[in-house]
Design a protein around this ligand. Structure first.
Ligand code: ZN
Length: 335
């Protein structure tokens, strides 16, 4: 299956289609149409050359042709477009995180170019990893802010490139939810690392403030408290992420891939909190090493958990026990 991720799940946008204002409904409807088109679009750009840290930021100029016009390449000074500069900086921070913390040279480990396109379409309410690059919308300015403002969102999307290179995880069932969860975990870790935050200082949110005040929403997702970040009855909007296996979402209409990622997300959070300090050091290292064991296309939560425990063995009994406890707390391991 083509690796493809939108940071805002279709279910959230579909709920907004009932909004009273055409200023909201218009961009949301166009975004959903455009998402469908993007999902069936095959990136034409083959094999990017090896060049170590190398960022390329393009401007779609509100059209929908990819990648658009090149606005800033590696080592060039900032240009006069804030979205271009933010996409450039965030790609650089994500690159530095993987290089410094895990000794990894870009998404494929071999210096793959980091390609971004900003100002995609008109008021496009999403950000997207298409298997070759990131595509950013500006948001409608009413419900959604510009997607280049959020480092964890950008690191989430780029991490899909790492996941694609290291695993065979698909985008369905528990494997799909693991795919989403790994992108959230490393998205959050990049933000924590960039700000030097300990587990107690971190907000553990993805996209804090991305949904604007007309919506009663704190963020897109929370690793600390899945299912708690938005609830707005006016639009039938509710964060349906479970934090325990007993609440696993199976109804296809409820977008199980984006919902069930809450369970492994929460296990990671509980584990990192139990260890204390910087989450990227031990907990992040165990998640990274587990990801690099080559997870199968249909990897279940239970087999992922078993692999994390195997990886954790070399980190001592205390770490192993904290991890086993976290997996039991979310119901993936039985007592
Ligand atoms: Zn994703």
């Amino acid at each position: 299956m083509k690796p493809s991720c939108f940071i805002v799940p279709p279910s959230l946008l579909e709920a907004l289609q009932a909004h009273e204002s055409g200023r909201v409904r218009g961009p949301v409807g166009r975004t959903l149409d455009e998402m469908h088109r993007l999902e069936h679009h095959r990136p034409a750009r083959n094999g990017t050359p090896v060049a170590h840290e190398h960022r390329l930021v393009y401007d779609c100029e509100h059209e929908t042709y990819l990648p658009g016009t090149l606005r800033r390449r590696e080592a060039q000074p900032p240009c006069d477009d804030a979205d271009v500069n933010r996409a450039y900086e965030a790609a650089g921070i994500t690159y530095d995180f993987y290089r410094t913390v895990f000794g990894r040279d870009s998404l494929d480990g071999h210096g793959k170019h980091l390609i971004s396109s900003v100002h995609y379409g008109v008021e496009f309410d999403n950000a997207h990893w298409d298997g070759a690059q990131i595509v950013y919308g500006d948001g409608d300015g009413i419900m959604f802010r510009s997607f280049t403002l959020f480092l964890d969102v950008i690191a989430h999307e780029l991490t899909h490139g790492v996941i694609f290179n290291e695993t065979r995880l698909g985008y369905e069932g528990e494997a799909g939810a693991l795919n989403e969860s790994l992108a959230d975990v490393f998205g959050s870790l990049v933000k924590q690392w960039a700000h030097g935050e300990t587990v107690d200082k971190a907000d553990w949110l993805i996209g804090k403030g991305i949904l604007r005040p007309p919506l009663r929403a704190k963020a897109l997702r929370s690793l600390a408290a899945p299912g708690s970040v938005f609830k707005d009855k006016r639009f039938g909007l509710e964060d349906t992420q479970p934090s325990h296996m007993r609440d696993l979402v199976t109804d296809e209409d409820q977008d199980p891939v984006h919902a069930n990622s809450g369970i492994p997300n929460h296990a990671f959070y509980l584990f990192a909190k139990a260890l204390g300090g910087h989450a990227w050091e031990t907990a992040g290292r165990i998640w990274y090493d587990t990801m690099c064991t080559g997870l199968s296309e249909d990897c279940s939560f239970a087999s992922f958990a078993a692999q994390t425990l195997l990886t954790a063995e070399q980190h001592g009994t205390k770490t192993f026990d904290a991890l086993a406890h976290a997996w039991r707390k979310v119901g993936v391991l039985q007592d």
